[in-house]
Design a protein around this ligand. Structure first.
Ligand code: F6P
Length: 309
């Protein structure tokens, strides 16, 4: 997000606009928490995770009173364009606000590690999260291999299996368990036993946190009942996946999204999310830029099945 904030600020300044950072998103908009930003305000942040503007959920923003306060504060700073970085909650808020106050123009930028928004092949943070996961998987693999163990590694993704799928394939996992697909325990046990019979001594199973049995701990409990001779361990990676220095891919994506969003505002566009499709800029109206509509790339799962033998 910081690399993207930098891109937005500098593109706007190059185009002779005045720029404010709004602290803690919509909540800061309601509480009049605005900071004038210069080119130097965004120096040395390209490599930092998180966001210098901080983030917050704002229930108040979805009320007419909250929106009115936010509108008055924006007007008092003479702000007429907003670039909002976030997921579908951010865009739902933006869409509701725009329909009430159309003189404030919004462009959205997809920022979520879950990579689950319609209208873009990639969201900001996804590539960094996947790389963080595989760094850990590689390390866990050392113990798994040395001690002949089966590791269940839980990754983020309450509703989306995208991180699990990509990190599972990139990390050489035996199996990938997803929120979008009910886990077939018979097939899983069969696969692990087959692996043993072909001299596989260790296994890595990547489990998305939203897996329907309740995640890695619950899956491990069930597996242990059926695979008594297997030494099974669980690692929950948690919020390490949401921090750290962004990958080159994410920084370049951030640069493109930031520049494109400001340029679209200058062209008079609004109410849309800037995304990337097949390497090209792609605009999606807020109403369609929602979660859960993008089917998972099941080809990745098929390829992993072949390679996990
Ligand atoms: O951004 C979405 C997500 O990464 C989910 O996959 C995860 O469940 C959630 O965030 C956790 O967020 P929080 O810590 O804010 O509850």
């Amino acid at each position: 997000m910081n690399a993207c904030i930098r891109a937005v600020v500098r593109t706007a300044l190059v185009n002779k606009l005045r720029v404010y950072g709004i602290m803690r998103g919509y909540q800061g908009m309601i509480e009049d928490d605005f900071k004038p930003l210069t080119s130097r305000s965004v120096s040395n942040i390209i490599q930092r995770g998180g966001t210098i503007l901080k983030a917050a959920r704002s229930a108040d923003f979805m009320t007419p009173q909250g929106m009115e306060k936010a509108y008055k504060n924006l007007k008092s700073h003479q702000i007429d364009g907003i670039v909002a970085i976030g997921g579908d909650g951010t865009f739902k808020g933006a869409a509701a606000f725009c329909s009430q106050y159309p003189d404030i123009r919004f462009m959205g930028i997809p920022g979520t590690i879950d990579n689950d928004l319609t209208g873009t092949d990639y969201t900001l943070g996804f590539d960094t999260a996947v790389n963080t996961v595989i760094e850990s998987v590689d390390k866990i693999r050392d113990t798994a291999a040395s001690h002949d163990r089966c590791f269940l590694i839980e990754v983020m993704g309450r509703d989306s299996g995208c991180i699990a799928l990509w990190s599972g394939l990139a990390g050489g996992a035996e199996e990938i368990l997803l929120p979008e697909k009910m886990t077939d325990f018979d097939a899983l046990v069969r696969q692990l036993e087959e692996g043993k019979s072909t001299n596989k001594t260790s296994s890595i199973i990547i489990v998305a946190e939203g897996e329907k049995n309740g995640g890695a701990t619950e899956v491990a409990t069930k597996l242990k009942e059926r695979l008594v001779h297997y030494d099974t361990k669980v690692t929950v990676l948690g919020h390490v996946q949401r921090g750290g220095s962004p990958t080159a891919f994410d920084r370049i994506l951030a640069a493109k999204f930031g520049v494109w969003a400001v340029e679209e505002l200058l062209r008079g566009n609004q109410g849309q999310m800037v995304g990337i499709r097949k390497g090209e800029k792609h605009l999606t109206p807020f109403g369609q830029a929602s979660r859960d509509q993008e089917p998972l790339d099941l080809e990745l799962l098929r390829i992993n099945r072949i390679l996990a033998t």
